[in-house]
Design a protein around this ligand. Structure first.
Ligand code: COA
Length: 195
């Protein structure tokens, strides 16, 4: 599942997308925390109290996801983690076991340099390979970069959640974007998932 893509700039270092390993967690956490402070993620900075357990928490969650065969990828350039993307169950109830939602984050120093464009299709492919049939993203309605990226990879707008978030004291809207994976709802599942 590893892919390599040549990019211009950044000394033309190759961008490698690969499954994450536990030692990637601190780098992923640093990227995540930046975007929380930035306000376009689904968490509010006011909830970002210093928490030394956060690292372990992410490690535990990552292991849980891997046990459930949910893809968890990083993009690496020149030995530095410059982005990551992962899928989680869309809902916990068994009826929804063929649907995932996902998150994608790119390092603040590497935005709009093709990392999302490399990560997202790899995540779509990995989820398809695992037999999932629908993929969803909840995106802050003002997050044009994410909306454009998802649209470029076959996601379409299926809903607007009005006033669903409270960030920095303001109510915010989210959009829900969806794409089918493989045959989508056109065929029964190829094999049975229990979770
Ligand atoms: C959204 C995000 C993942 C996009 O990744 P990226 O590596 O910056 O995007 P890429 O360089 O691969 O660009 C892919 C496409 O996304 C769109 N895009 C990226 N940055 C954009 C920007 N600043 N404004 C408008 N569109 C943008 C464009 O359609 C772009 O295609 P193009 O290069 O042909 O213009 C990244 O901006 C990010 O991590 N943002 C903060 C965290 C976040 O919002 N995550 C998503 C939560 S749902």
């Amino acid at each position: 599942m590893t892919a390599t893509k040549e990019l211009s700039g950044e000394a033309a270092l190759p961008l490698v997308v690969r499954p994450s390993v536990e030692s990637d967690v601190p780098a992923m956490l640093a990227i995540y925390e930046h975007h929380i402070r930035d306000g376009q993620s689904d968490l509010d900075a006011e909830f970002m109290a210093p928490d030394p357990l956060r690292d372990d928490d992410i490690k535990r969650r990552r292991k849980n996801m891997l046990r459930r065969r949910l893809p968890h990828l990083v993009a690496e350039r020149g030995g530095t983690v410059v982005g990551y993307a992962y899928a989680v169950p869309f809902r916990k109830r068994p009826a929804y076991r063929y649907a995932v939602k996902h998150s994608i984050y790119v390092h603040p120093d590497h935005l709009h340099s093709g990392i999302g464009r490399a990560l997202l299709p790899m995540l779509v492919e990995a989820c398809t390979q695992e037999g999932f049939r629908q993929m969803f993203a909840y995106i802050d309605a003002t997050n044009v970069a994410s909306r454009n990226l998802h649209e470029a990879f076959g996601f379409r707008l299926v809903g607007v959640l009005e006033g669903v978030g409270l960030k920095f004291g303001r109510w915010t809207d989210s959009v829900l974007m969806q794409r089918a994976l493989g045959p989508g709802a056109g065929e029964p599942p190829a094999y049975s998932r229990t979770t």
